[in-house]
Design a protein around this ligand. Structure first.
Ligand SMILES: Cc1cc2nc3c(=O)[nH]c(=O)nc-3n(C[C@H](O)[C@H](O)[C@H](O)COP(=O)(O)OP(=O)(O)OC[C@H]3O[C@@H](n4cnc5c(N)ncnc54)[C@H](O)[C@@H]3O)c2cc1C
Length: 320
């Protein structure tokens, strides 16, 4: 199977481009290196974004969910944990070969939405390479922690935003840090006064217990043992910037309308890397690719007058 377009990267740029690919009737797929969609937004999923036009306030988490939902209005394969390791061009067939660990995909066009490279979580040093099913590095919606004893570990500012949201649902919220994450003592005091329900401790964690593939308790430097149901660890992120410098594409093969860089890669060059810009770039990218691949076809109707959305429109106006 030859795809019309392969989108590399499942951050906001790639996810929105996936929707646009569907709107333009292109046979598309999206390949994302991480197991999780959302790109850099995952690193601040509990923060609220305020500068997307027409969307005054939205959490990173909700934005990623919405983008996934919007992308699947035109169902397409979204392959996570799929790092693109190489792309080469077959000039005879006019096809790009997209190499992953599993297979090679063929595509007529490419949208490069790889941001600053793959986002990798720094792991909790105490666990070394060990993984446990109840330890995650990506916070979920607070409702997922209902009636659980939650251990937040690490200084990540994501936890500072997440902790207060858990109070209403979780059985207990423990936030244990080795070093103070707050900029000033006054800020820390303000946090503690506002959220006395959070068991916040500046204590190194010395050891942990585990059973059946789950982390069950930690022991702090003050000898206190904290039993836990779920752990959210946040030690920051690192990005690997080498993701496409060693691909086989030559500068000529990159500088064609059939290869469209969008999102942070474009923004970084002008010093403004914003989600709203990425959406605009995804739209232009798909319009350009559609024009190249199907020059005689008309552009799609605007969504307000596009029959693809009839079913959604009916539901939208249905009064319960
Ligand atoms: C702390 C913070 C706060 C921010 N706040 C705002 C804000 O308030 N408003 C705003 O507009 N912007 C904000 N931004 C910027 C915004 O997050 C970025 O502009 C946006 O994420 C860029 O989207 P992207 O899809 O281009 O790249 P990314 O989000 O970086 O996504 C790129 C994706 O491509 C994947 N990838 C990379 N290489 C490969 C490969 N070889 N194969 C497969 N997949 C690959 C990566 O794993 C990643 O998921 C903020 C950024 C940070 C760090």
């Amino acid at each position: 199977m030859v795809y019309d377009v392969t989108i590399i990267g499942g951050g906001p740029a790639g996810l929105y481009a996936a929707f646009q690919a569907g709107l333009y009737g292109l046979k598309a797929q999206l390949l994302e290196a991480s197991p999780t969609l959302g790109g850099k937004v995952v690193t601040y999923s509990e923060r609220v974004i305020h500068d997307i036009g027409g969307q005054p306030s939205i959490s990173g988490h909700q934005l990623i969910q919405n983008l996934q939902e919007q992308a699947q209005l035109y169902p397409l394969p979204i392959r996570t944990a799929t790092l693109v390791t190489d792309v080469s061009y077959d000039a005879t067939a006019a096809i790009y070969n997209v190499q992953t660990a599993e297979t090679t995909y063929q595509t007529k066009a490419l949208v490069l939405a790889i941001g600053g490279g793959m986002v990798r979580h720094k792991t909790w040093p105490l666990l070394a390479e060990q993984t446990y099913t109840n330890v995650s590095y990506v916070p979920q919606n607070p409702a997922a922690y209902r009636e659980q004893s939650v251990l937040l570990v690490g200084p990540g500012y994501n936890l500072m935003a997440l902790a207060p949201h858990l109070i209403a649902t979780a059985k207990a919220v423990h936030w244990i840090v080795a070093k103070r994450p707050f900029a000033t003592e006054a800020e820390e005091q303000d946090f503690l006064t506002t959220y006395p329900q959070i068991d916040y401790q500046v204590q190194p964690i010395l050891s942990y217990q585990q059973a059946n593939g789950q982390l069950t308790a930690v022991t702090l430097a003050n000898q206190q043992t904290v039993t836990v149901d779920t752990v959210v660890a946040s030690f920051g992120y690192r990005r690997s910037l080498d993701t496409h410098t060693d691909w086989q594409l030559t500068p000529d093969q990159l500088a064609t309308p059939l290869v469209q860089p969008i999102g942070q890669q474009v923004g970084a060059k002008i010093g403004v890397s914003l989600i709203a810009n990425a959406f605009q770039e995804g739209t232009v990218a798909m319009a350009t690719i559609a024009q190249q691949l199907h020059p005689t076809e008309k552009a799609p109707m605007v969504t307000t007058h596009n029959q693809d959305f009839d079913r959604i429109n009916e539901a939208y106006w249905t009064v319960e």
